[in-house]
Write a protein that binds this ligand. Sequence first.
Ligand code: FMN
Length: 457
Amino acid sequence: MTSTTDLIHFNLFEMNCVGHIQHGLWRHPANNRHRYTDIGYWTDLARLLERGLFDAVFLADVVGLYDRYQGGPDTAIREAVQVPANDPLLLVPAMAAVTEHLGFAVTFSTTYEPPFAHARRMSTLDHLTKGRVAWNVVTSYLRGAARNFGLDDEIEHDLRYEIAEEYLEVLYKLWEGSWEDGAVVRDRERAVYTDPAKVHPIDHVGKHFRVAGPHLSEPSPQRTPVIYQAGNSERGKDFAARHAEAIFTGAPTLAELREEIADIGRRAAGHGRDPGHVKVFPGASVIVGRTEEEAAAKVAELQRYIRPEGFLAQRGSGIDFAAYDPDDRIDDLVARGGDFTERAVRHLVGRDLRVRDVLGSIGRVGQGPLFASGTPGQVADEIERWADETGAAGFNLMQYLSPGTAEDFVELVVPELQRRGRYRTSYDDTTLRERLLGPGLHRLPDTHPGAAFRDFR
Ligand SMILES: Cc1cc2nc3c(=O)[nH]c(=O)nc-3n(C[C@H](O)[C@H](O)[C@H](O)COP(=O)(O)O)c2cc1C
């Protein structure tokens, strides 16, 4: 018998836009990315993912343009690099209406969304989906985003995380502490819908936020949505280890990923949490065919459509690689400072790379962390190896063609993993948190910092 810990979990990485992470491929005749404005695209996708027993669809989001490359946003606009882009949250009710189990992880920014309004929207979605919602907490990284929300420039990096800490405190108070269980009595005889003695203001007065409460939403199945995070910096990793229940990581090699996952576990334990309650999901790129030749032909065809310009426009969000001498060493540029901060190019530092190496690899099909192509058996071998050797709970499946990548995965890879006892054969949970953490855990575990706000009064 297969225990749930042997199961490998999958999310699909998506965004409500044309060019998400693979640029140029919207031109591929089999791609449906241009249909992102069509509600039918999303409902079909949701049905497909539920048929494939995915954990969740993970919706990325940014709220500004990539405008550093060649001094402006023109390349991003021309190549559809995360613009045009619509709101991620509004897709969820449509997808939820045609599914019963699929989870929805939605990206929202602690820097730009007022906490009270955001808390209510997430509670609403958790009610409507019966506990299938997660929030990918981001602090946002684009200069243009800051200008869209009334600032002259981005708030300094660590201060963004400081604000995010207080933001979460406000939300935990609203979600966990403001309404007691049993507050809603719905007593027709006594004409009492809600017992006022069990509904509490939060009266939060902090450095960055003042929120009186009480929360306007009654407790939803999960109360706090499942918390996702993808911080990369020291501050970001620490934030994730404290709050996140699912972490999306981008470590480039298997060895680094294993170390990163061990580090996340240590940090989580350092915050008094059960490391088993922090699941790590690296990205996985999968190109599968019925034969090796078919898979290789798909790789070659995708490569023909990819446009490096799109990657250059998005890359690092702050660095215009094309503006540097191809012979420049990355380590020298970091030592010199400017745009080339260690944070911006962390995965390129200490590898004796030159700008030409980076430019040469940009837009190549087959980039990690996990890239697997071949027959279903070969792909499943790689997926199992990476999961077993790193401790990853599962993967976020990256798409080349939408929904073709997911269709291939559901048709060819899922049955192979199921045969090996590594993939669920039915959904047997009721909320997204239970699916991740185990039976009975609809709500935050007691060791999660948010649980401390259940009786903050
Ligand atoms: C795989 C992955 C996906 C991400 N998705 C988003 C996103 O959709 N929106 C966003 O604003 N930031 C996104 N980020 C950025 C992170 O949330 C974070 O801001 C970034 O990694 C910088 O982290 P740091 O500030 O801790 O260095 C993503 C990061 C990774 C690694």
